[in-house]
Design a binder for this molecule. Sequence first.
Ligand code: APR
Length: 261
Amino acid sequence: MRVLRNIVILTGAGISAESGIDTFRSSGGLWEQHRVEDVATPEAFVRDPELVLRFYDMRRAAIQTKLPNAAHFALARLAAGWPGAVTVVTQNVDDLHERGGVMSGLIHMHGEHLKAWCTACDGRPVWRGTLIERPACPLCRARALRPDVVWFGEVPYHMDAIHAAVRAADLFVSIGTSGAVYPAAGLVRMAQGRGATTLELNLEASQRSDWFDETRLGAASVLVPAWVDEMLGRAFFERSGTRSDSGTSVSAAEKRGKPKI
Ligand code: APR
């Protein structure tokens, strides 16, 4: 049986929901309040830059008032205590994983609210203020800054690194994402194709639940710490040579000869 060592965790808006950051597709979510075509495409930025910049300025200001929740802290605990590699691939543009304590192995595939992208010099300065007044780039002085977020129709960042991590994963875990947006939604398939065990932690069944070996439904602030406790308990018992799974049920994955989650 394959040893469970490398873990890749894909996170989405659901992990930050309990911190007070709107998800995109829930009822009342961000894409019910704003049309994607108006604020989240390169064409929208050309057509009405003020609308787009105002939208991201508000979001950038809002996330700075939010705090990480128990799920973010739990992932940091896992990253610090797990003996193998832990890679957190996030679709979120907030910085709650960082503030929750994930120090390395974090990939922002859809960019970051707290950076601006200068389309003149390709620099990505840290940015906490507003962009609506079209400030000069601190690196090259051009007035060509835009939010450093990946809009619809643009290619997500760091795909080579993400694919390498997913190909090497023994366990792929998806947390708080609807599975509506590619290429993120397809990563579970790639992981499975390489023999990884797959687990989904989400408030409700997602569009991709059928693709996972196991789905656990509930709030991230409850499910994620409980799962991390299981994983760290397992690592501890494996290190000490004691069985870690006494009294727990055999998962569907284990029946198929994959590592138990
Ligand atoms: N705990 C766990 N899951 C939750 C919670 C919670 N407290 N609250 C909501 N969820 C789940 C929802 O049930 C939903 O399945 O999180 C998921 C959020 O889905 P989306 O709003 O579609 O967000 P996400 O999957 O991150 O969107 C992907 O779409 O518009 C783009 O670029 C944007 O990165 C984003 C991408």
